[in-house]
Design a protein around this ligand. Sequence first.
Ligand code: PHB
Length: 389
Amino acid sequence: MRTQVAIIGGGPSGLLLSQLLHRKGIDTVVLERKTRDYVLGRIRAGILETGFVNLMREAGVADRMDKECFVHDGTVISHGDTQFTIDFKDLTDTSVVVYGQTEVTRDLYDAREAMDGTVIFNAENVQIHGADSDAPHVTYTTDGDEHRIDCDFVAGCDGFHGVSRQTIPLTVRREYEKLYPFGWLGILSETPPVHDELIYSCSSRGFALCSMRNENLSRYYIQCSLSDSPDDWSDDAFWQELKRRIPSEYADKLVTGPSIEKSIAPLRSFVTEPMRWGRLFLCGDAAHIVPPTGAKGLNTAASDIHYLYNGLIQHYLDGDDTGIDTYSEKALARIWKAERFSWWMTNLLHRFPDQSEFDLKMQAADIAFLRDNRAAQTVLAQNYVGLPY
Ligand code: PHB
């Protein structure tokens, strides 16, 4: 098989790139290790920056999102007895959109199917060959049969554990990582959200987040120990703990119900440099991870796709390689800022096991400054709604 761009990974980044390129007449093949149902079974974040929303529009897949999404003009931050709103709209004239990553992915699969795009599921043993040559190719197996795709470029959209990053030799690749000493226990429940904005809450018992997917689907998280397993937490224990970590006015009106999903995610900051090696380009989680505080995971993947997509159309339509040659540099410049923001929000709002009395005072002062200072709020808002591409 031959294609112009072989895309490894059928998550939102790979599908979005495929869809965008297809509309410019550039041929792609997407290889996905799992099935469509498996990919759509993963519950991920749900906050989209305007840049992401615009890419979905450009890809022609925004109809359902535009109808069903919630626009959020602000968010609540609480710390002990203090709570205040960061008004994105007032501070930056921009908002964010609540629409689940699962729904984004579903819309992209439907669009790819409608355009007869090639997405190969259950592709195992994927290997990228000759990425540093002029003629790369990708091999994989399905049902034990080996296949080969010759291509011009390879987009590595296969996540943190994928093969793409590992393909870049260690002599070229440099990785930066920070692990946090806690995880997030998240549940999804068919209950109305406790508030019409998200609530990021720092309490003496640890962090909690109240989020949502729609008017009858709520997503809640609590900071938990890395040694916890979801089975250690009954629904009842989760709701009790959540209520103790959020301001009483919300705890009192929280509607609880059975969880329909419950999982724990560890928190990690990670960046690999460079994001390009020859004709291989890394995108999204394949190149970087942020802790979820700040909701930057999917949104940083989207900015990578934006830079790569524009570089590839410049290459194919104008014969100009400037965009692909500067891809890594441009993507990383924005990524590091999102890394800084996510790291800062994580430090601001969580309880750390080794925090001293002094550290706690610093955290409280940081929050008090944010509550009282419009410039500090503007900095948070600018980062939360998304830095420019
Ligand atoms: C979510 O709704 O899953 C969510 C929202 C905001 C975050 C992280 C996760 O910062």
